[in-house]
Design a protein around this ligand. Structure first.
Ligand SMILES: [Zn+2]
Ligand SMILES: [Zn+2]
Length: 262
């Protein structure tokens, strides 16, 4: 009788353990984890606690592929700031949606039609769309442009057509520089900067543009997302540090280190 009880007890333990395994459903794609607000996965992207691998799907409209130099700069930046063991960047060409400009609703619809990678087991997936059309909110007469936007926890758009237009305006700043700055700036938002899922250790929030940094030269300056003044920041950085694309300043790096990053 005692032996039966032991066997029953062990069977019960085995059953509960297998139930726990079933709940995790290894291999099952659950899209909801990739449909959260910007900055909600900051710690997951920065640290190795839940995901050791990072896969970045870059979907681009044919003719609007980012330069190899910018892709390589982004990969270096991700290795510098996160603890991910494996980072893979996958490029996928797409046809044009044939839109004159893009609203956020259209951008979200395009993602649901075209995105192929979602989180899976220990792999965290990021989706970047390189568009052949500007943001609907742009107003060239007022000098208002959006170069890129991180609109969810693992999704961003780069308005590649706008970046290319900007690149023709400067002999000092190349397309690869503008792409690198925009990609890294938008990743900064996915990392939770500034105060967008990663708490600032010290206050360095730009009062005029929340979720941006108020330090004089920093990758998270609002100018690097909205174009206005971007060239002058890059030229200032060139003179001060000999590099065109600004780094994260000490305050932004401190915030990342405080939320699982490097
Ligand atoms: Zn920004
Ligand atoms: Zn900063």
């Amino acid at each position: 009788m005692k032996n039966y009880r032991t066997i029953f007890f062990l069977l019960f333990i085995g059953f509960t353990l297998s139930c726990a395994d079933d709940d995790a459903n290894p291999g099952e794609v659950i899209k909801s984890a990739n449909l959260l607000t910007t900055g909600a996965s900051a710690n997951d992207i920065l640290s190795n606690a839940s995901f050791t691998r990072l896969h970045v799907e870059m979907a681009y409209v044919v003719g609007f592929r980012p330069t190899d130099e910018a892709i390589s700069n982004l990969e270096t930046f991700l290795r510098e700031r996160t603890f991910k063991d494996e980072i893979e960047i996958i490029l996928r060409p797409l046809g044009s949606p044939e839109e004159e400009d893009l609203t956020i609703t259209e951008i979200v619809e395009l993602e649901s039609d075209n995105r192929t990678l979602y989180n899976l087991d220990d792999m965290l997936a990021i989706y970047i769309y390189f568009a052949d059309a500007p943001s609907e909110g742009d107003d060239p007469d007022e000098g208002l442009f959006t170069l890129g936007a991180s609109y969810r926890n693992t999704s961003m758009i780069i308005h590649e057509s706008t970046l290319r237009e900007f690149a023709t305006r400067s002999v000092l700043v190349s397309l690869a520089d503008i792409e690198s700055a925009t990609l890294m700036h938008e990743f900064g938002h996915l990392f939770g900067l500034v105060n967008l899922g990663t708490n600032p250790v010290n206050n360095h929030i730009d009062p005029d543009s929340p979720s941006h940094c108020n330090e004089a030269v920093c990758l998270m300056r609002a100018e690097l997302e909205f174009g206005m003044g971007m060239m002058s920041i890059m030229e200032k950085n060139m003179l001060a540090k000999g590099a065109i694309v600004p780094d994260l300043d000490a305050e932004c790096i401190l915030d990342l280190q405080n939320n699982g990053g490097r």
